[in-house]
Design a protein around this ligand. Structure first.
Ligand code: NAD
Length: 470
């Protein structure tokens, strides 16, 4: 059977060229349709995510369905403001030239999404693509067969299939998609596949967004309320059983506070899950057997001391939160992004040692810090690098739709959420419109140049530079 993928791409490309996606009211309608889809089909979405991921219902409604509805509706309302042509402030003599910045859709785009927050990570980029006036192919993760199949069924019922298509499949299909030319590729997933995506994008010079992960550390200042820090960290870690790119990956704390922190984790674990997490409907499962085995292998090789031993059930791919103390550099738990409900604690002798530990590794997606000390916070802002920096909480930053979400270095590049996603799929198209009356002003540029013209044209060379004060 010949593949339909190139035909789908060509059809969407033709739709884009036709101008169908240009009018703002049309884009707003598609955004409201997307919100309607999430609202009307939420039970089917929940059932699918329950089958594929064992996702707790409240987690699905709050973090997947609710956030997509809210962001689609808000984006539709704010779109006229975002899409306005901008007129930059320019030098007086250039005002006559009518400098303008048009907001142009980039074209036909490809969105490749992962399994862990499949609703939000598929539709959040799509909201931006629709708002920008692009056509798009959405490629969901093959690790969620029920959910991905559901998308193929429900998306065409709500969104115009001439402009938006779901293409399902695994590596061969994604590879085929990546061989084609796209006007932007938005990939969310791991760094290894990101390199494959980046090479494919380079062949067509396609612009690219890479939303990746990594090990997001937590630094706890000894003077902070350890009990509260433990509660907030454990809550952030329990979302989707730790399978989220912004999960707290490991904790750095001064050695003499480590046991207090462990006790606080135990206390809050018992409060969150009075009967344990193994059968709790509020705690998710591990996505696949291979991820489950990976986590068990990391745990079996750690030289740290397991202080909160999570029970495991291989048949149901369930693993309770597990806390390991006295983890040192080189340990299995520090090898790679954990992406599961295991939390290592790395004791340090000073805050500076914690900062050095973070700076010795690739730039994380988020750096979490618990401290009331404003100068320490500013020190961390200026002395470390990470996609985001969050003080005194975990995970909650995702609720602020106006903040740009992105990585840096190994955690990726390119921005998303609301207007930032719109901007990602929008080309800033510069323009001037030179009136005939400007001829007098422009006269000196024409050849041959008089001595006076050369002086005027080269004036910038002699721009006064402020004296060196360092
Ligand atoms: P995944 O296995 O579902 O893969 C993501 C996508 O890549 C899928 O659509 C898949 O089909 C495609 N893919 C897989 N192998 C491929 C190949 N060889 N060639 C082309 N495409 C291929 O998801 P994952 O990568 O395991 O996702 C987890 C990772 O994503 C973690 O590292 C996590 O931190 C990161 N993540 C980042 C964000 C963010 O916004 N920064 C959000 C969620 C997850």
């Amino acid at each position: 059977m010949t593949s339909t993928i190139p035909k789908i791409r060509d059809a969407l490309h033709a739709t884009f060229r036709s101008g169908l996606t240009r009018p703002l009211p049309w884009r707003q309608h598609q955004l409201y349709q997307l919100a309607r889809m999430a609202q009307n089909e939420r039970e089917l979405i929940y059932d699918a995510l329950q089958i594929d991921l064992g996702k707790p219902k409240t987690e699905v409604l709050v973090n997947e369905v609710g956030s997509i509805i809210a962001r689609a509706v808000k984006s539709a309302k704010q779109l006229p403001e975002w899409a306005k042509t901008e007129y930059p402030d320019v030098a007086d003599r250039q005002k006559l030239w009518k400098p303008a910045i048009y907001k142009a859709p980039k074209g036909n785009v490809l969105i490749i999404s992962p399994w862990n927050y499949p609703m939000v990570l598929s539709f959040q980029p799509l909201i931006g693509a629709i708002a920008a006036g692009c056509t798009a192919v959405l490629k969901p993760s093959e690790l969620l067969p029920t959910f991905s199949q559901l998308l193929e069924e429900i998306v065409p019922k709500y969104l115009d299939p001439n402009a938006y298509r779901v293409v399902n499949g695994a590596v061969p299909e994604t590879t085929e998609l990546l061989e084609l030319q796209w006007d932007h590729i938005f990939y969310t997933g791991n760094g290894k596949v990101a390199r494959i995506v980046a090479s494919a994008a380079a062949k067509h010079l396609s612009p690219l967004t890479l939303e990746l992960g990594g090990k997001s550390p937590v630094i706890i200042d000894s003077a902070y309320d350890i009990d509260l820090a433990a509660k907030r960290i454990l809550w952030g870690k329990c979302n989707n059983a730790g399978q989220i790119c912004v999960a707290p990956d490991y904790v750095l704390i001064q050695r003499d506070k480590q046991d207090e922190l462990v006790k606080a984790f135990q206390k809050h674990y018992n409060a969150f899950f009075p009967k344990g997490a193994l059968d709790s409907p509020s705690f998710g499962s591990i996505v696949s057997d291979s991820h489950y085995k990976r986590l068990i292998s990391l745990l079996s090789r750690t030289k740290g001391e397991v202080v909160l031993r999570g029970r495991a059930d291989a048949a149901r791919r369930r693993l309770e939160p597990t806390i390991v103390k006295d983890v040192v550099d080189g340990d299995s738990l520090l090898e790679e992004e954990i992406f599961g409900p295991i939390l290592p604690i790395v004791p340090v002798d000073s805050l500076q040692q914690a900062i050095n530990f973070v700076n010795a590794r690739s730039h994380p997606l988020v750096l979490y810090t618990f401290s009331d000390n404003e100068s320490l916070k500013q020190q961390l802002v200026s002395e470390t690098q990470s996609g985001g920096i969050v003080f005194n909480d975990t995970f909650q930053q995702l609720a602020v739709s106006e903040l740009p979400f992105a990585g840096v270095g190994e955690s990726g590049y390119g921005y998303q959420f609301m207007k930032h996603t719109y901007d990602t799929f929008t080309q800033l198209r510069s323009s001037i419109d030179m009136p005939k009356e400007a001829e007098a002003q422009l006269a000196m540029r024409y050849l041959p140049h008089s001595e006076e013209a050369v002086k005027a044209l080269t004036a910038a060379v002699y721009t006064p530079i402020p004296p060196n004060r360092l």
